[in-house]
Design a protein. Sequence first.
Length: 296
Amino acid sequence: MLDYKYLILLGCVLLASCSKTTLGFMVKEPTKTNVPAKFAFELEETNCESFHWDFGDGVTSQDSAPNHTYYLSGNYVVTLKGTAGKKIKEVKKEIFVEAPEKCLIKIETNHGMMIAELYDATPKHRDNFIKLAEEGYYNDLLFHRVISGFMVQGGDPNSRGADQSVRLGSGGPGYQIDAEITPQLAHTKGALAAARIGGPSNPMKKSSGSQFYIVQGKAVQIANLKQQEARLGINYPDDVLSNYEENGGVPFLDQDYTVFGQVIEGLDVIDKIAAVRTLPGDRPQEDVTMKITVIK
């Protein structure tokens, strides 16, 4: 393991008459080296006028002291090029990024990006979601149902490139998933949950094979949660109660739908999607697209 505490890169000195061009940078010790790993880069003393960073994962920057987040584990070569007049100096450093400690996915939308954790407590839903994401199943699908103060829903394969006249919400991979419902996993803001067919035709509350929703919700009072506990015959863990009180949610869905994940970065993206204009049937007037990848 590399010691990231102020790793210093010193560029060699190029001499030209009485002038010289020097370049170097340091990598500040990150909070953690597991993806998503956030690194801060700082220049050493230099007389360069402009800079070009290549972080080794296809992302570049022109900033003098950039921050960068890696979403895949592995070895990366960070390259910095500095320019002073007609002179160009280049220095490199290899850094190592470890695999995530938890099962994480990245949800990219045209309104921003979210990072979500998939729960080990719901292995059937977790493994199915990973399988579909790695197959590219969700790429270019839509959040086809958006209700402000409630949730944003997507994952219907029929939504890919669908005209506004097409009715969406019934598509899937051709199978359902057994319910994995537990009081420990609730519909707090950012909860990732499985959509399903409601009513007496689905008494076992089996989930859709691909459709999911992300909770936005509203403010929740502890008194209402206590009434919910009595009605359902459950006891919410303390962390669930505090999460509801702090962030809100939709507790009336608890024990009816499987919650299998939680957005841990990008809660504001949910708000942005929930704020879009919608047509009759709750479909956004302008398409809200998604791309989902597994963080490894």
